[in-house]
Design a protein around this ligand. Structure first.
Ligand SMILES: Cc1cc2nc3c(=O)[nH]c(=O)nc-3n(C[C@H](O)[C@H](O)[C@H](O)COP(=O)(O)O)c2cc1C
Length: 350
């Protein structure tokens, strides 16, 4: 069941990235500066590559908004790829521009190249790279910003924090860890946490497997490129039951809990505590120190293709995860309380 629905399109070096969102209530003020500031946050972070210096993402809205407010119709967002001017011929839609410039045929380990080229019967691995690249997360962050604007109307706010880079668990050591990795021509991953506050009780459901909000959140975060593990609340390994489960108490006449190990979800439903989701990002697969691979044209050993790349993108990835969590919460809010106008939604929630 989806109320907040969208599709995105666009290649990494194509003209632009686009999203069409459906289900946003009418009357929602669209703060473009806020959307752009979220796009900016995604581009920051220690360890990003040179491309981030080239791109300064901004959103353009071409439907669904009039005089600053949504009107209930589908919203179209687009983000230009500023590097496109250097790639116009290579990414042309016209058959007359056919070129082998920027084509490559050596599979990059850790990327979609090998499986994607077999699945889509492609000999030029650029045809797989262009859409599997994490560049598409820019438009996802713009969609997430719209979801955040809905949530803000009912007092729900989110944030994220990097909790580990490689083996370092203390923020003071993060930059050093990334610098050492860069010097070695290598790459590094890490872990982050996303927290959303002021969540109503009862988003999601226990009645069917596919309605649990924990499952929906896990899918949304796990499918971010390079995410390899998702946890809701505290990892329960090493706790015994009496330590892990969050006991009830009454404080100032209200039912509350003595802890939040469950991360705000029990039985597939939000329980009113903060939503806490952590995720682990693998080391970036494209490295200066390139990996052993095979050239699909010759079936011979070759060094993996290198293209301008991040050394570490955990901070940006956390911003992408914030956006994805915002979609899931916004969808559940609209399912539970209705989605026609923002005034109606507010009167039902608050
Ligand atoms: C924000 C962000 C930035 C990324 N930057 C790069 C990059 O510069 N180079 C790279 O090889 N992979 C990068 N990745 C990771 C790859 O996109 C990802 O590992 C690859 O598409 C394979 O998908 P999988 O790891 O989910 O299997 C990035 C991921 C995210 C979320």
């Amino acid at each position: 069941m989806e109320k907040f629905r969208f599709l995105t399109s666009g290649e990494s070096h194509g003209k632009c990235l686009t999203a069409i969102i459906e289900g946003v209530p009418s009357g929602l003020e669209i703060d473009i500066d806020f959307i752009n500031s979220e796009l900016h946050r995604r581009q920051q972070g220690y360890g990003r590559g040179d491309r981030m210096k080239l791109e300064s993402d901004t959103v353009e809205i071409t439907s669904g908004v009039r005089f600053g407010k949504t009107i209930g119709s589908p919203i179209t967002l687009s983000v230009k790829n500023r590097d496109f001017e250097n790639w116009q011929k290579v990414m042309s839609v016209s058959p007359s521009d056919q070129t082998d410039d920027k084509a490559f045929s050596v599979y990059r380990p850790g990327h979609a190249d090998y499986a994607g080229s077999i699945k889509y019967n492609q000999q030029d691995l650029r045809n797989i790279l262009e859409r599997s690249s994490a560049r598409k997360t820019a438009i996802e962050v713009a969609v997430g910003a719209v979801a955040k604007l809905i949530l803000k109307q009912i007092g729900i706010t989110g944030s994220s924090e990097v909790t580990q880079i490689g083996a370092a668990c203390c923020p003071d050591k993060f930059h050093q860890e990334i610098d050492l990795t860069r010097e070695k021509g290598d790459s590094i991953g890490g872990k982050f946490v996303v927290i959303y506050k002021n969540i109503p009780v009862g988003l999601g459901s226990h009645v069917h497997w596919d309605r649990g909000i924990d499952g929906r959140l896990a899918q949304a975060v796990m499918s971010i490129p390079a995410i390899k593990a998702v946890e809701i609340g505290d990892n329960p390994l090493g706790f015994c039951g009496s330590e892990y489960h969050d006991e009830f108490e009454i404080k100032d006449g209200e039912i509350c809990r003595t802890s939040n190990h469950a991360g705000g979800i029990e039985g597939g439903m939000t329980n009113g505590q903060d939503l806490v989701i952590s995720a682990v990002m693998k080391p970036i697969p494209t490295m200066m120190k390139s990996l052993e691979s095979i050239d699909l044209k010759t079936n011979q050993k070759a060094q993996a293709h290198y293209e301008r790349s991040d050394v570490c993108a955990v901070e940006s990835c956390a911003v992408v995860a914030e956006a994805r969590v915002a979609w899931v919460i916004a969808n559940e809010i609209l399912l539970k309380y209705g989605s026609d106008s923002i005034e109606e939604l507010k009167s039902r929630v608050l």
